[in-house]
Write a protein that binds this ligand. Structure first.
Ligand code: UDP
Ligand code: MG
Length: 327
């Protein structure tokens, strides 16, 4: 099997509006990188079950540059991180770089990551200099970064930045990880011997719109939290314990008062609001339990996490183009 120095992996979901611009900028950037840093590269494009023209455009692009391009077509939408994993499975590079398809991560910045890898770091994360997203997309992410910092042991500057470089051993470890709910930057972190972060530029989405509505973003962050920490559950046991202690004390106090001064029925509404607050906390706790249990349920089912429809690539031995179709 032909190995290369660098594999660039890009997940693509309904990005037909921006793909031409991406290719027009990406290939020259990679060719320049290859000659400046004297390395060989391959580009792995994964279509994550798009319903627009993206798969057709990827086929077309493959025909234009079959020397460096490999395309994975997934049968159905599996989510960004699963799509990246499907790409990781076929990478041949000693270093693997991930990138978004919307040109928010400038491909010219890959050189910075490679430099760090050459300095001996095995996992290089990017953090976005001035994040160019709507406030609606930016602030929830900022809060989620904060929560992850305080509930997991994962220390990365910017969990949402997908411009990242991974060395081969980390990719192999990820490929051997069988979790159903995957958060690749965090998973890589726990396998990394010497991780670091570098500042990278961030641009506005070139075309189309974000594929992460708030609901999907929240789900993704539950994946991160439940996948890497039990602290949310432990926090609920703590809250339960403290509430039980305080209410026991309050009960004893009120009972004594009852016998000394007789019954009193004031403060019914205070009681109501307090009860509802506790009810809310209890329901949230149950929901949280559900998040963990639901993931255990999916893990136990152990269904394949993505279905590869076809892989377009040049046959390694000769220059024959092949299309492996899986059914
Ligand atoms: N993406 C994907 N599958 C999905 C959702 C997104 O492959 O189900 C890809 C998308 O095409 C893009 C990258 O993941 O290349 C990041 O998505 P997006 O730019 O919408 O996320 P944001 O920048 O808003 O975080
Ligand atoms: Mg984006």
């Amino acid at each position: 099997m032909k190995t290369v120095d660098l594999s660039v992996v890009i997940p693509i979901y309904n990005e037909s509006a921006g793909l031409d611009a991406l290719f027009a900028r990406l290939y020259p950037a990679l060719d320049t990188l290859a000659s400046n840093m004297s390395l060989s590269y391959e580009l792995i494009l994964i279509d994550d079950g798009s319903r627009d023209q993206s798969p057709a455009m990827l086929r077309e692009q493959f025909n234009k540059r079959p020397d460096v391009t490999r395309v994975v077509l997934l049968a159905v939408n599996a989510g960004q991180h699963m799509a990246i994993k499907a790409g990781f499975e076929i990478t041949r590079g000693a270093t693997v770089v991930t990138l978004d398809a919307d040109l928010q991560n400038p491909p010219e910045e890959i050189a910075k990551l490679i430099t760090k890898i050459r300095e001996g770091y095995d996992y290089v994360g990017g953090y976005r200099r001035e994040r160019q997203d709507s406030a609606f997309r930016k602030y929830p992410s900022r809060i989620l970064n904060r929560i992850r910092e305080s509930t997991t042991k994962i220390r990365m500057r910017d969990q949402g930045c997908m411009l990242r470089a991974y060395s081969r051993p980390i990719i192999d470890a990820i490929n051997h990880s069988n979790e159903v709910n995957l958060y690749i930057p965090a998973l890589a972190y726990i396998y990394a011997r010497r991780p670091t972060d570098v500042e990278v530029a961030h641009e506005e989405r070139a075309a189309g719109e974000s594929k992460y509505p708030l609901s999907k973003l929240i789900r993704l962050n539950f994946d991160l939290m439940t996948g890497f920490s039990l602290l949310p559950l432990q926090m609920f046991s703590m809250i339960g314990m403290i509430t039980a202690i305080i209410s026991t004390a309050a009960f004893i106090f009120l009972a004594i008062r009852r016998f000394m001064y007789g019954a009193d029925a004031e403060g019914v509404f205070t009681l109501f609001s307090f009860t509802f607050m506790l009810l809310g906390v209890a329901l949230f706790g149950m929901g949280l339990l559900g998040e963990y249990i639901g993931r255990i349920y999916q893990q136990v089912q152990s269904r394949p996490r993505y279905v590869v429809h076809a892989i377009l690539e040049e046959k390694p031995a000769d220059t024959n183009v092949s299309e492996r179709t899986h059914s």
